[in-house]
Design a protein around this ligand. Structure first.
Ligand SMILES: NC(=O)c1ccc[n+]([C@@H]2O[C@H](COP(=O)([O-])OP(=O)(O)OC[C@H]3O[C@@H](n4cnc5c(N)ncnc54)[C@H](O)[C@@H]3O)[C@@H](O)[C@H]2O)c1
Ligand SMILES: [Zn+2]
Length: 400
């Protein structure tokens, strides 16, 4: 199948090194696929990203070593949409190595973990088996956690199928499940050995899910890449139409940004916190609406607007940067409305968030587009004001 592979290292202007793998595959015209290396405490791993990356699976997986068996973990919905394509790409031998579980957020729990572990056991998975997670963030988080604890750890490959998973959740080693008491409360840091990121797998993804991925892309632009922010301002309509060239640039670029941030801080002791821009507000909105009103990316979109307002309120973020942030987010399309919940209630939720240290509110704020850092001891009255004003200002500026 693969006749030849060719490598050339390239510096991308941001000081980050990436390699371009060029695969020549039967019946497929030449494709450029990027290889991005992610630093991890247990050794680096590659994200192989680009249209057709799934067809590089056999030789990429072979380069990881020999496995006694290969087990795909996915969901009925994802497998219905993509099973054939993925199976063809992976060149999997038998059907009994496919383990499906429902990937609703409500099923991201210990019961699904047990279901997967028992199914692996019945299929004879041993310590030398490989698990391949095929799906969005829910599949990736649960399968990743299963890989980290099944027989005390088996090797893991991610094949992300949502935009959120491709630019965010498949990179950075966080795995886990929810408890009735809260989201992601049980989990581990467990890096994959390989991530195969193929934008062609997004073809069946609903628009609402796609826009959630764009919200995380906007977040990356705000915290780390002013040029990408300007590009999104210029090309948002093309991006929303899933223009191939735009995705060809955006997906690897966002993988690089996430890889650079988590590479310096896999276990979230400092630098990685900037990835939480907009998320303190977002988690409060999600929790106050019992995870029913918003997709995560939609809550993040609201959260980034609130974080921009908070930055301005504290004299950090300039008014024109705030306007640009708000305007770009609004171009994603309508968001489910801000809930009718008192600011004091949202504030209470924020103080009990697992990311707030001893109830003290810390926020990631952006002093200018392309930069972000964490601010401690943000005055409560400023946060309350933002919680009060955000839904009013955004409604009032409907035609922004
Ligand atoms: N580990 C991390 O660092 C990290 C980062 C961000 C988010 N997450 C987690 O990821 C989860 C959200 O992930 P998500 O946004 O990818 O959504 P998701 O996994 O919930 O998937 C959304 C929906 O899209 C469907 N789907 C997935 N791929 C599809 C495809 N190609 N075609 C058609 N349908 C498809 C799924 O079946 C599901 O119904 C949350 O649980 C969140 O906590 C984890
Ligand atoms: Zn997020």
């Amino acid at each position: 199948m693969v006749a030849r592979r060719n490598w050339a290292d390239k510096e991308d202007g941001s000081g980050m090194r990436c390699a371009w793998t060029v695969c020549y595959i039967e019946n497929v015209s030449r494709m450029k696929i990027k290889r991005i290396s992610v630093k991890s405490l247990s050794g680096p791993y590659s994200v192989v990203a680009g249209a057709g990356a799934i067809r590089c699976a056999p030789q990429e997986i072979a380069s990881l070593g020999r496995f006694s068996s290969v087990h795909v973990i996915s969901s009925p919905k994802v497998w219905r949409a993509l099973g054939k394509t993925v199976q063809r790409g992976l060149q999997l031998p038998s059907r009994n190595a496919i383990h499906l579980f429902k990937d609703a957020e409500a099923a991201k729990n210990l019961r699904s973990l047990e279901h997967i572990a028992r199914s692996l056991c019945r299929a004879g998975a041993d310590r030398k088996s490989l698990l391949i997670a095929v799906g969005g963030g829910v599949v990736g988080d649960v399968a990743g956690f299963a890989a980290s604890c099944y027989l005390r750890g088996v090797k893991l490959v991610h094949v992300p199928t949502t935009l959120v998973a491709q630019v965010d959740s498949s990179i950075g080693a966080k795995t886990g499940v929810n408890l009735p008491e809260g989201k992601n409360l049980v989990g581990s840091f467990y890096p994959p050995r390989l991530v195969l990121t193929d934008p062609q797998l997004l073809r069946t993804l609903p628009d609402r899910e796609f826009r959630c991925g764009l919200a995380e892309i906007i977040k990356h632009a705000i915290i780390a890449d002013a040029r990408m922010f300007a590009l999104l301002e210029k090309d948002m309509e093309k991006v929303l139409r899933r223009d191939r060239q735009s995705l060809h640039f955006l997906i690897p670029r966002n993988v690089q940004i996430k890889a650079r941030v988590v590479g310096g801080d896999e276990r979230e002791s400092g630098l990685r916190e900037i990835l939480n821009f907009g998320h303190t507000f977002a988690h409060a909105l999600e929790s106050a609406t019992r995870y029913r009103r918003y997709q995560h990316g939609e809550a993040v979109a609201w959260g980034m607007i609130a974080a921009a307002f908070l930055g301005h309120e504290l004299g950090l973020t300039r008014a024109d940067d705030v306007s640009r942030i708000v305007a770009l987010i609004r171009r994603l399309g309508p968001l489910p409305p801000w809930p009718r919940v008192a600011p004091a209630t949202l504030l209470h939720v924020m103080r009990s968030d697992k990311k707030s240290c001893s109830g003290i509110l810390r926020f990631v704020l952006s002093p200018r587009i392309g930069q972000a850092r964490t601010y401690d001891m943000v005055p409560i009255h400023a946060v309350e004001r933002v919680l009060h004003l955000t839904p009013r200002l955004i409604t009032a500026s409907a035609n922004l």
